[in-house]
Write a protein that binds this ligand. Structure first.
Ligand SMILES: Cc1cc2nc3c(=O)[nH]c(=O)nc-3n(C[C@H](O)[C@H](O)[C@H](O)COP(=O)(O)OP(=O)(O)OC[C@H]3O[C@@H](n4cnc5c(N)ncnc54)[C@H](O)[C@@H]3O)c2cc1C
Ligand code: FES
Length: 277
């Protein structure tokens, strides 16, 4: 396999503390169809970059009779707040229960332990100028912390969800326009239609997006046609999270890149058509 160093150079890569560390669950709450689990990471950095991720595993009850989930699961943090001088950060994770790992993490209760590795990967570069944030489904997680960072500048978030229950996650945002697939809340449209309208009005923006592969491919194409710069937080199955297994490669104009060390945020312009699929 031709694995290129690509656009991201070594100094941009995260030098994470690779040893896993134990964090405590502070609280867990439902937000519509999702769950937000907040942990106190007292031994990690206080300032992870929006778009970076952590590998998580519950201290207990990880690996049932069938052995699953065995490996830790990759999750973007959706909110981070420093705990105080050199005391790490309170990290929140937005969970969509799709399998044994996310189900166990969503069932964590206050005071339970969670193994954390991270922050991993390369996050969104700090925006300058007009920013359009686009999130679809569980992909709103890294968009929320970027929105928190940009809130003073009033960055608009365009959010798309399957249903009204999923759209409750929009409550976490202070300035968002919502679209739903079934029209039950907000506009009856795909979030990419909202993006198209925004770009037709004023294409002088940088787009920051995370969501399902089909949505990211549409964002890549829309921005490519209009020469609008875009940073996309991509997903793939991740076994290790720090570059060892090569399970997370995506095709780019610079060759294959490992999403866990060169991403998960990549410039849309370097992606091959459909690379996120
Ligand atoms: C960088 C990164 C950040 C992520 N952030 C979040 C987050 O904030 N919140 C969240 O809930 N999830 C997030 N995920 C996705 C999560 O890690 C996976 O869905 C994980 O596999 C769930 O584990 P599980 O044991 O619950 O389900 P699994 O048994 O692993 O998978 C259940 C189902 O989901 C499908 N699936 C698994 N992984 C993916 C994937 N990457 N893309 C598409 N389909 C998949 C499987 O084919 C299967 O059908 C993130 C993934 C990455 C790589
Ligand atoms: S998840 Fe192992 S190399 Fe990326």
């Amino acid at each position: 396999m031709n694995v290129s160093e690509g656009a991201r150079v070594d100094e941009e890569r995260t030098l994470a503390p690779f040893g896993r560390r134990l964090a405590r669950v502070a609280r867990s709450e439902s937000v519509g169809a999702y769950r937000v689990v907040t942990v106190e990471d007292t031994r990690g950095p206080a300032d992870p970059r929006p778009g970076q991720f952590y590998m998580l595993a519950a201290e207990r009850g990880w690996g049932g009779d069938d052995g699953r989930p065995y490996l830790p699961r990759a999750l973007s943090f959706c909110r981070a707040a420093p705990l105080g001088r050199d005391r790490g950060a309170s990290l929140s994770f937005l969970l969509d229960e799709v399998g044994p790992g996310t189900r166990r993490l969503a069932a964590l209760e206050a005071d339970e332990g969670v193994w954390l590795t991270g922050p991993l990967g390369v996050g969104f570069r700090r925006p300058s100028g007009r920013a359009l944030l686009v999130g679809g489904g569980i992909g709103v997680a890294p968009i929320l912390c970027l929105h928190d960072e940009l809130h003073v500048g009033g960055a608009r978030a365009l959010l798309g969800f399957r249903s009204a229950e999923h759209a409750q996650a929009a409550r976490l945002f202070s300035y968002a326009t919502v679209a739903t697939d079934d029209g039950s809340v907000g506009r009856h449209a795909l979030v990419t239609e909202l993006l198209r309208e925004q770009l037709d009005d004023d294409a002088s923006a940088t787009v920051y997006a995370c969501g399902p592969p089909v949505m990211l491919e549409a964002v890549r194409a829309l921005c490519g046609e209009r020469r609008v710069p875009a940073q996309l937080a991509l997903e793939s199955g991740m076994a290790c999270g720090f570059g060892a297994c090569f399970g997370c490669v995506v095709a780019t104009r610079h060759g294959y890149l490992r999403l866990c060390v060169d991403g998960p945020v990549l410039d849309a312009a370097i992606l091959e058509v459909g690379a996120g699929h």
